[in-house]
Design a protein around this ligand. Structure first.
Ligand code: LLP
Length: 442
């Protein structure tokens, strides 16, 4: 088993997270259950924040990319740790506001922000919009004028850097739906468009090359390309880069195919980016901008696990063994979407060695509903508690009520004590918005 800082096997041979016995958690809260280790989340937030302080005098802001896991408690923790937040929808923004998150530290992303979302964000007085279309810029300018504001914006540019990750989570390929390309003139055109807006104040540029990326070089290359663009724009438009947002994307450990980066290693990634900014600015005689990064997965991914109870076990002789759990694609659609790989542990027998490779199946009505294939486990029995590791990012946030299954609750564990941060859904919740028109009843 992979020993991470947040997990260990206790004297009973049970898996523990944040000091809480996973078998006890399953008994107290039921399964499926998302469990998050608060200490690990805070450690990850601090390593980014402290690196910014040490290596760059704190001139910037670390934004938690809240799409990775969004709920009120997460925004509160991020605020307590001095982070800002990146939001990508009115719903994420609303959640942040409900948690009392400081709006001036919110950055709003999205390739097609709805006008209603833009108006709402202006009313909330968020700090910055990351503009991703000319339509957005025009609407934002008009709405800012109506409110007598000059709104800070960044321009999302596509530096065309290829990142080694699943195609669906690459965002800087030439054909990406995100950002204005630096290669076909559209980024320059967007800069000149924004500079002509009286109620928008362009602060600088944003780029994000993708997610679950390990190569430092891809990140560094992206910084260099954005700075080259900034230099070109400075020379042509006399525009000074005040802020540079380098996005998120640092990879995490899911299985032993992935590097297991210690917490401090993420500080080293960030330091490499900071060094690239300093070097690039020195080379091009640009003043040092405020810098921002937007880690999501690396903050919350390894801090979370999902607990399931093993149900049906089906062996198809000579072919395959399925171990079915009480969750599935409705709480973790990542295998279905990206063929993601996970590590599973039997939490009640965590010191036992894996003996066989099985497919862990969910309970949904479709064959593709798997948590993973070829997962190494001891011989699982009905009633075992299975922990799937590194499920903190993009699991709850992409969960659904498919097949009218209930989205599992989430608990936050600290010093062995767990409390709900997302309550369980009920069957009543499922029908809350259902309506039977009177006519149908006749
Ligand atoms: N900033 C921007 C503009 C982004 O689009 C993203 C992720 C991030 C920051 C945070 O990236 P992270 O540090 O979490 O890698 N659902 C997919 C991941 C989609 C990522 C979307 N954007 C998955 O489950 O792998």
């Amino acid at each position: 088993m992979n020993e991470r800082e947040t997990l260990k096997v206790n004297a009973k041979g049970h898996l523990e997270i944040g000091g809480a016995d996973c078998v006890d958690l399953a008994a107290a809260f039921g399964t499926p259950l998302y469990v998050f280790d608060e200490a690990h989340i805070r450690k990850m937030m601090r390593v980014y924040r402290d690196t910014l302080q040490e290596k760059y005098g704190g001139n910037g802001l670390v934004l938690y990319a809240s799409k990775a896991f969004s709920c009120e408690a997460m925004y509160l923790i991020a605020a307590q740790e001095g982070l800002g937040a990146d939001v990508v929808s009115g719903g994420e923004l609303y959640t942040a506001m409900q948690a009392g998150f400081p709006p001036e530290k919110i950055y709003f992303h999205g390739n097609n922000k709805l006008f209603s979302e833009i108006s709402y964000a202006l009313d909330c007085k968020i700090g910055c919009f990351v503009v991703d279309s000319l339509e957005e810029a025009d609407f934002l300018d008009r709405e800012a004028e109506k409110r007598g504001l000059v709104q800070s914006v960044l321009l999302r540019i596509n530096p065309g850097v290829e990142a080694h990750t699943h195609a669906f989570v690459q965002t800087a390929t030439p054909d990406s739906k995100f950002g204005f390309s630096v290669f076909d003139g559209s980024a320059e055109n967007a800069v000149s468009h924004l500079l002509g807006k009286r109620h928008l104040s362009l602060k600088g540029f944003h780029s994000h090359i993708g997610s679950q990326i390990f190569e430092k070089n891809s990140f560094v290359l992206a910084v260099q390309k954005v700075l080259d663009f900034a230099k070109f724009i400075k020379d042509k438009y006399d525009f000074e880069l005040k802020e540079l947002n380098m996005g998120g994307g640092f990879g995490i450990w899911y299985t032993d195919d992935d590097a297991k980066i210690p917490v401090s290693g993420y500080g080293e990634y960030f330091s490499a980016l900071i060094a690239a900014v300093k070097e690039g600015c020195a080379k091009d005689s640009l003043p040092l901008p405020r810098i921002l990064i937007e880690p999501g997965r690396s903050i919350v991914g390894e801090a979370g696990i999902t607990l399931y109870t093993v149900g049906a076990i089906k062996e198809i002789k000579g072919l395959k063994k399925y171990v079915a759990v009480d969750g599935g694609m409705f709480d973790n659609p990542r295998y279905c979407l990206y063929q993601s790989k996970y590590t599973a542990v039997l939490a009640n027998r965590a010191s036992e060695k894996p003996e066989e490779l099985v497919s862990v199946a969910g309970k949904c009505c479709e064959s593709g509903d798997l948590i993973g294939v070829n997962m190494a486990l001891p011989k699982a029995k009905t009633g075992d508690i299975m922990a799937v590791l590194s499920t903190g990012a993009y699991n709850y946030s992409m969960a659904s009520n498919y097949n009218r299954n209930l989205i599992p609750p989430a608990v936050l564990v600290k010093d062995g004590t767990a409390e709900y941060i997302v309550k369980p859904q009920s069957y009543e919740d499922l029908v809350r918005n259902d309506v039977i028109p009177e006519k149908l009843r006749k």
